[in-house]
Structures are given as C-alpha cells and as structure tokens.
Design a protein around this ligand. Structure first.
Ligand code: DX5
Length: 228
C-alpha cells in the first residue's frame, strides 16, 4: 500500500533489509509486508564496488519464498551484467545497477529487461545527472544515493534533495514522467516530506524501519504519518 499519492504518483515504500536482523530475516521481511510495504530492497555488495560484503543469490531465493513483495535487487557490485540473469532466476523482480560499475550500461539495462524484470540505474552522490541522460529512455527507475553506498544508518547528504528536484525536472521535460525516482540512504520520518516534495516516488529506508526503538509496523506508520 503506497505511503501516499502525490501529483498522480503513488509513493512506494521499499524497506532495505540491510538493517534487518539477519538471524531472523524471513520474519523481518514478512513484518514489512504485513505493515504495507510495496517493495523489499536487497542490497548486494561485493567488497569491491563498495567497502562492504552483504548478501547474494541464496538470500534472494530465500526471501522469494518468504514474501510476495516486489524484490528489488540493488547491485553494488562491479560488472553487474555478469549476474543479472542469476538474480532474476533467484526471484528478483527489479534490478538496479550503478552507472559507475559497468562500461556498457545500455547493454546491461537491455539485458535486465529482456529477462522480464524492470530496470534501474543508480548514481553515487558525486556522480552528476549528466552521466545518465542517454539512458533515461530505457530505464524504469533512477536511484539517487543519499549517502555513499556500503552501509546503513548514515547521515543523509543534504544536497541530495536539490539533485532529486533537478532529476524530476529533467524527466518531466524529456517526457519520462513515468520513470520512478528512488531515494536510498539516510531517509527518516523527519526528512521524508522534503524528499518527496522534490520529486522522489520510491522510498528506500533501512535503519528508519529496522531499529531497536520501534516495531516495523510503528516505523512504517511514522513514515506514512510524515507524508500526512
Ligand atoms: C546503503 C544501501 C541502503 C541502506 C539504507 O549502501 O544502499 O539501502 O541500507 O539504509 P539507511 O536507510 O539506514 O540509510
């Protein structure tokens, strides 16, 4: 159930399991589904593209069995094109690759779509929007990192909001208003309205949902409330 409907766009919620309790991952995923999440983001890290190693194909397959949500695989790995077929086979419905991680972005996006999944491109905080202008006609989603990728619980980089607003304008000007803008990293109930106001339509949240202070349902309720 979308967090809200704004300017005709449903605002989707994609909890990131990176902050969940890996000892009870299935339960934490089902808690998000029960609380009305739309997608579930799985952060795949290879220790090369980012300074951390997280999860891979067996965890995607296990989560596929655990929930009916849209499985969103955010690949923070070098040369992601080597593995997209395996992630779709494991149960991924959506795959996002980083523009900084592949030499042949157009080919990688085509490959994902030919496999029947939806495709996204991600930008690190210092990567300009110009790096993805040529691929906007081919993607279903653009992921804007609000933090340097690799870890949950980091502070949101404030200039990200203006970057989202510029992307929204660029997409609308180019007639790509249907392309989702996903924000990932540092999202909290306190900054969500500003981020959505700038044009984000797909919200990744990790530590704001999986934390010791609230239940998953309470945390998602607080995000819903933040959008009024
Ligand atoms: C970081 C990941 C994010 C992270 C978000 O590289 O891509 O998905 O888990 O966590 P929070 O919401 O805590 O910043």
């Amino acid at each position: 159930m979308p967090l809200a409907q704004i300017n005709g766009h449903p605002i989707l919620l994609a909890p990131s399991i990176l902050s969940a309790d890996f000892a009870r991952l299935g339960e934490d995923a089902r808690a998000a589904e029960a609380a009305g999440a739309d997608w579930l983001q799985i952060d795949v890290m290879d220790g090369m593209f980012v300074p951390n190693i997280s999860v891979g194909l067996p965890v995607v397959a296990a989560l596929r069995r655990a929930v009916g949500l849209t499985l969103d695989c955010h690949l923070m790995i070098v040369r992601p094109e080597r593995y997209v077929a395996d992630f779709v086979k494991a149960g991924a419905n959506h795959i996002t690759v980083h523009v900084e991680a592949t030499t042949h972005l157009h080919r990688a996006i085509q490959q994902i779509k030919e496999l029947g999944a939806t495709a996204g491109v991600a930008l690190n905080p210092a990567t300009p929007l110009g790096a993805i202008e040529e691929i906007l006609s081919y993607v279903d989603l653009v992921l804007i990192m609000g933090v340097d990728p690799g870890f949950g619980g980091q502070e949101y980089i404030p200039t990200t909001t203006e970057k989202i607003a510029r992307l929204r304008r660029l997409l609308d000007e180019r007639g790509h208003g249907q392309v989702q803008i996903q924000i990932d990293g540092g999202v909290k109930a306190g900054n969500l309205a500003k981020i959505v106001g700038a044009g984000a339509t797909n919200i990744v949240a990790g530590s704001a949902i999986y934390n010791a202070r609230q239940t998953v349902a309470e945390a998602i309720g607080a995000l819903r409330e933040a959008l009024g």
